[in-house]
Structures are given as structure tokens and as C-alpha cells.
Design a protein. Structure first.
Lengths: 262, 288
């Protein structure tokens, strides 16, 4: 059971720090051994926006599932706020690439189910759900079923579901990967606004280098076979950033070159 | 009772198109044209009317003896007669009661076993083949044995219908569990659902469409076997009425009963289909 729901902002400075220590994972597929992750270590500050980019098979999604507690590493430890992860928790909200809204519930219920295991008065939960619906711009679609929504709207609902229990750490697994470029850049700005408002730590996996630079404080570049961190880029320029700024272009070229070498 | 049933059948056919009709009639150009539901209704009654015309023609041409193929007008009068005297509604009520009891008993057990086999691999491997083999012996194959055990009273009919309703629901529940989308399990884990919440919010809604399909199949098979068993041993019900008509060589009664059986069976299935659409609409639209 999670702690009681608080509508007041959590003390942001203390919450959402991540320490990944020597994490390794090996998969066995048809007698072949795949080193998905090989001694990966990474420290993430509270309130940071971190993106992980890399070619498929570099273990970025595996790492995110570890952070969520959906899978466990073979060796190594992951600490969130000093606590070792051994199972999923509402303190770490996850948004999947395919929104994974429950197709039999409407938008409102889909967001409300994430507060099902949270203690607290119903009225306050309803208020929280309505606040989030307004926040992600789905006002008027409370009673719509997922199949009636566009891809972008579904993803907004999924983000609202992830945010509802006020997780100090948000995990985004290519949340905008399946969207067209217009919807995508629009949602990127919304994501930034939400992040600034909720003051949570965000770890986002993406394959879009530009998206990573546009949003993040740091961009982690990973490489495959075995999956490991190749390099970490600090993006220090002020937000909102522009994709044609000189330093933006320079960093993008550097990361793209790094990825192209393989 | 029967009157009501017929009315219901008609309104069910028209209902899905009411919304569309509202839209069409608000369009100025549609003033001359028939509303959409009326067009669909007219199209829908063409096949039955064609059949009726063929029947009348056959009677008129005396393709078959009058005692074997009665005049549609006679059948109509007989049906009206049976309705007015209250015999037809009474027999129908008896039949519907039997189907309801058989469906509740057999369907409930089928659901229970199907869920059990779907959830527990061991049960599926060791027990399911026996159960399936028993089910594959047709209901009428069990009749001689059941007659000796349960006599020829109400018990026999309900047990036989229950046996028929068992398999569709068992298969529906089983397939529902086996094919349910696993990707939502991650969601229930990430949201820290309790076991009970997981079943109520994630598992049950995902298998409900498959179960409702099972209910529909069970109902239509149960309805058919009911008529059969009522023909073999009964003193009431639609099957009995039909048998009585045959023995009295009143084919008009037989035809009247046939029509009622067909229409009521269709209405029941149609009502269940609409119910299924309403409760599990998402499963017809969403690619899970």
C-alpha cells in the first residue's frame, strides 16, 4: 500500500534521487546469451530530467523496467531515495510506449484506477483526477473510451495516469514514440510544463536525439552488445530551447556521430 | 406474453438505427426520403415476405397436400387463436422457464470449470480431457440414461439443457483466460493492485466478452435442445404443443409453433447480442 494521497506538493528537494550501481542483466534466447546490461552505473539528482538514448538492444528499456521494479537485475543494486527497488511501487510512475490504458474503462476511470491502492478520501481523489484531466488537456473527454481517442490523446491520458499518485520519480518509455511529429513537439512542451509544475525526477527512454536534447538536463547515450553507457552529455542551455541554436546543433551532431559509429 | 415478445423483437430491430434516423431527418434534403431505420426495416422484412409469398404460391399451386402444407392464412388464424386462448403464452412461459433454469445451472457450472481449467494448469491437463469427452457425447445420447435416473419430469429437461449449456460457457471462460492480454499485468503491478483489485479491474473485464459469447451460444443451443426434449417427453411447453399438433394432424398448429420458436429464439439471441455490445463495446472496437 502506498502512503496517503497528498494534494500538496511533496518536498521536492528530498525526493526522487536515483542511484544505479553496477547493474547487469543477461537474457538467454535459444541457447544464445545476450548481455542486455553490463555493469551500468548512474546517479540521478532529485528533480532532474534525464533522457536515455541508444540503438535498439542497448538495454535502455530493460533499465527502465528495473527502475520501475517490473523486472530485477541479475546483479547490482538500484536505490531510489536510498531504498533498494525490489518490486513496483506507486512512488515510481511509469508511462509505456503503447499507452496501455485499460480498453474497458473511460479516460476518467483509467486515471482513477492509479489511485485505487492509495489511501485517502474519495472526494480528494476525484479532485486529483479532474485536475490531471485538465492539466493534460483532456477536458470534455472524461467519458471517452480509449478506442475513441487519438494516439496523442491516449498518451496524454497515460501520462495523467502515471502522474496521479504524485510519484517523485516518473519513468517514460518512449512515451511519444508512436506519435506524428506535430503532436509530438506539442506534447514535448506539455511534458516540460508538467515536469516544472510537479517537480518530480523524470527518466525518459527515447530514440529521438532531438527530443532528448530539447527536454533533458542530461542525455545518457548507451551502446549495445553488451548494453552499457557510452557517454553522458550535460545540456546546460536555458529552456525553452530552440532546435536551431548553435549549441543545440553542436550537441546533436556529437550524439548522432557517437550513435552512427556503430 | 407472446404479444409482448413480438413487439420487443420489432423494437429491437429498429432501435440501433434510431440515432442515425434522428441525424438523417434533420437534414433538409432528407424530407422526401424515408428515414434510415425505415429503409433498413423494409429491407429486413423482404426475405420473410418473399418466403411467405413462396409459401402462399406453393399452397395455391397445390404442390403439397393441404393437410401437409397448410394455408398461411389458416396458420395466422390458428396462431391468433392460440394467443387469445392463452395456450401459446402459457406454453412459451413454461419453455422459457426451463431454458432459464438450465442455463443458470449448466452455464454456472461451465463458467466455474472453464475458469478453473484456465487458471490452473494441473486441472487443465488432468481433468479437462475427461470433462470435454463427456461433453462430446451429444445431449440426446445421454437421454436414455438421464430418463432412467431423473424420470421424465422437469428434472430431465433441466438437466439436459444444463448439459448443453455447460460446454459453450466452459469454452468461453477457458479461452477468455488463456487469450487474455497479458500486457495489462504490468499495469496492475505498477499500480500496486491487490489480488482482488487485479481480478475486478483487469482480469474480469478482459475475459467478459469471451464469456458473453459463451452465454449466447449456450442460450441458442439450449433453446434448440429444449424443443427436442419437450417433443420427446412433456405435457407442457412449445415442443409439446408442436407434438400435439402433429399427433392431431393439425399441421397449422405445428407451423404456428415453428414460427414462434424461431422468432422467440431469434429475439433472445438478438437481445443478448445487443446486451453484449452495450456492456463490452470496447472489445468490438479496440485492437487489444
Amino acid at each position: 500500500m502506498a502512503d496517503a494521497l497528498t494534494l500538496s506538493r511533496p518536498k521536492a528537494a528530498q525526493a526522487g534521487s536515483v542511484n544505479i550501481l553496477d547493474v547487469s542483466k543477461t537474457f538467454h534466447v535459444d541457447d544464445r546469451t545476450v548481455h542486455a546490461l553490463d555493469n551500468v552505473s548512474l546517479a540521478i539528482e532529485p528533480g532532474e530530467f534525464i533522457s536515455i538514448v541508444g540503438p535498439s538492444g542497448c538495454g535502455k528499456s530493460t533499465l527502465l523496467r528495473f527502475l520501475a521494479g517490473l523486472d530485477l537485475p541479475d546483479s547490482g543494486r538500484i536505490l531510489v531515495d536510498g531504498e533498494r527497488i525490489d518490486r513496483p511501487s506507486l512512488k515510481r510512475g511509469i508511462v509505456f510506449q503503447d499507452h496501455r490504458l485499460l480498453p474497458w474503462f473511460d479516460v476518467e476511470t483509467n486515471i482513477a484506477v492509479s489511485l485505487h491502492s492509495v489511501a485517502g478520501p474519495e472526494a480528494e481523489k476525484r479532485k486529483r483526477v479532474q485536475y490531471l484531466i485538465d492539466l493534460v488537456g483532456l477536458t470534455g473527454f472524461e467519458k471517452a473510451l480509449p478506442h475513441e481517442l487519438s494516439g496523442g490523446m491516449s498518451q496524454r491520458a497515460a501520462i495523467a495516469r502515471g502522474l496521479a499518485p504524485r510519484p517523485p520519480l516518473m519513468l517514460l518509455d518512449e512515451p511519444l514514440g508512436a506519435l506524428d511529429s506535430l503532436t509530438r513537439s506539442h506534447l514535448q512542451d506539455e511534458l516540460l510544463a508538467i515536469w516544472e509544475r510537479e517537480k518530480s525526477t523524470v527518466v525518459m527512454v527515447t530514440h529521438d536525439v532531438e527530443e532528448a536534447i530539447y527536454l533533458s538536463d542530461r542525455v545518457v547515450v548507451m551502446e549495445p552488445r553488451p548494453g552499457r553507457i557510452a557517454s553522458i552529455f550535460d545540456i546546460t542551455s536555458e529552456r525553452p530551447r530552440h532546435r536551431d541554436d548553435a549549441d543545440f546543433v553542436a550537441v546533436r551532431r556529437e550524439i548522432t556521430n557517437l550513435l552512427a559509429k556503430r | 406474453m407472446s404479444d409482448v415478445t413480438f413487439k420487443t423483437a420489432g423494437s429491437i430491430a429498429a432501435a440501433p438505427f434510431e440515432r442515425a434516423a434522428g441525424k438523417a431527418s434533420s437534414h433538409p434534403a432528407a424530407a422526401f426520403r424515408l428515414p434510415r431505420w425505415a429503409k433498413l426495416f423494409l429491407l429486413g422484412i423482404v426475405p420473410p415476405i418473399a418466403l411467405l409469398a413462396l409459401w402462399s404460391y406453393a399452397v395455391h399451386q397445390e404442390w403439397l397436400a393441404e393437410q401437409i402444407l397448410p394455408d398461411p392464412r389458416l396458420v395466422y388464424e390458428t396462431t391468433l387463436d392460440l394467443l387469445v386462448t392463452g395456450q401459446l403464452p402459457a406454453e412459451l412461459l413454461v419453455s422459457l422457464g426451463r431454458v432459464a433454469a438450465g442455463l443458470a445451472l449448466g452455464g454456472g457450472l461451465g463458467l466455474f470449470f472453464g475458469l478453473g481449467f484456465g487458471l490452473f494448469r494441473t486441472l487443465d491437463i488432468y481433468v479437462a480431457p475427461t470433462v470435454r469427452a463427456i461433453c462430446l457425447v451429444p445431449s440426446l445420447g445421454w437421454l436414455p440414461f438421464f430418463m432412467l435416473v431423473f424420470g421424465i419430469g422437469e428434472g430431465l429437461k433441466i438437466v439436459l439443457i444444463a448439459k448443453t449449456c455447460f460446454l459453450p460457457l466452459m469454452v468461453g471462460a477457458y479461452e477468455g483466460i488463456r487469450n487474455r492480454p497479458r500486457k495489462y499485468d504490468d499495469v496492475s503491478r505498477a499500480l500496486e493492485f491487490s489480488w482482488f483489485a487485479r481480478v475486478r479491474l483487469v482480469v474480469w473485464p478482459s475475459i467478459l466478452p469471451s464469456i458473453l459469447t459463451g452465454v449466447r451460444q449456450a442460450m441458442s443451443r439450449g433453446w434448440k435442445v429444449l424443443i427436442l426434449v419437450e417433443m420427446i417427453s412433456s405435457a407442457a411447453g412449445l415442443g409439446y404443443l408442436m407434438m400435439w399438433g402433429r399427433k392431431a394432424f393439425q399441421l397449422d398448429v405445428v407451423f404456428a409453433t415453428m414460427i414462434v420458436i424461431g422468432l422467440v429464439g431469434w429475439a433472445l439471441d438478438h437481445a443478448l447480442t445487443r446486451f453484449q455490445h452495450r456492456t463490452t463495446l470496447w472489445s468490438f472496437k479496440a485492437a487489444v
